[in-house]
Design a protein around this ligand. Structure first.
Ligand code: MLT
Length: 260
């Protein structure tokens, strides 16, 4: 008698904000953190332009504490509050600030309202990568090689849903689906993101311009950032957490036998 082998599947879960996600929930999982506007984009830009590492933190106090005596020539404090540079810091969170002449060889301590906080929550993950439209193909390639279940954390906006992270999550899911043999088993969040990408993903820049946070950062003078953040595959790097530090991914993802 002929046995028909069931098609294996990868389970994909999506959270619309890091707010209700406990760090122990992410322990030993494969985690993708998305903060399109703007932390993911700034992190990728900094690493592409030669930053040694990014140290994400979840409070201004921790940024100051960690920088301590390191603060100076080799360490920069970066980040934002209400999308504006924090007093006493060297850099804000505009990807355009992270130029080679500014970041090359530097360790950057990064504090942002949602993005860095979401990354810190994933510190016990098996693998944690940072994703945006700017490195979409790198992210999909990683997940294809990983061949394992994964969880997407949309950094969101002030503990809530935001359109741009959800559309980016949907684009990752929809693209991955076209390049793998396995079936993707999406939770309700994943199904919603995939549909949002089909609806809003035709013009990423237009979608960013109409989103709450996109409108806000344009109003305060950062409209050029939207173009950078909308530019698909413009930054060919994959930031990956190693210990408490984000660096360029060099090795293949650590994988383990997955349950189907
Ligand atoms: C965040 O983490 O909330 C941000 O990336 C906000 C921003 O700088 O636009």
């Amino acid at each position: 008698m002929k046995t028909i082998k069931a098609k294996s599947h990868l389970e994909v879960a999506v959270h619309f904000s890091h707010a209700n996600v406990d760090e122990m929930h992410l322990k030993d999982k494969n985690v993708v953190v998305i903060d399109v506007l703007r932390a993911s984009t700034s992190i990728a830009m900094a690493l592409q332009n030669g930053a040694k590492e990014i140290i994400p933190v979840n409070s201004v106090e921790n940024a100051v504490k960690i920088s301590g005596s390191l603060y100076g020539d080799v360490t920069l404090r970066a980040g934002e509050r209400n999308a504006k540079m924090i007093e006493g810091f060297n850099l804000g969170n505009s990807p355009l600030e992270y130029r080679v002449d500014v970041v090359n060889g530097k360790s950057i301590i990064l504090m942002t309202t949602n993005g860095s906080v979401a990354i810190v929550k994933g510190k016990h993950a098996k693998n944690l990568i940072v994703a945006g439209f700017i490195n979409l193909s790198k992210v999909v390639e990683f997940l294809k090689t990983l061949k394992d279940n994964f969880t997407i954390i949309c950094a969101g906006n002030e503990n809530n849903f935001c359109l741009e992270d959800a559309v980016c999550a949907g684009r990752i899911i929809n693209t991955l689906e076209t390049v793998i043999e396995d079936e993707l088993l999406l939770d309700d969040g994943g199904i919603t993101c995939a549909a949002l990408d089909k609806h809003f993903g035709k013009s990423i820049l237009k979608m960013l311009k109409t989103s709450d946070h996109g409108r806000y950062i344009s109003e305060i003078g950062f409209s050029e950032d939207l173009k950078v953040c909308a530019s698909i595959d413009s930054i060919n790097v994959l930031p990956m957490l190693a210990g408490n530090v984000l660096r360029l991914q060099k090795e293949l993802p650590s994988n383990s036998t997955r349950k189907t």
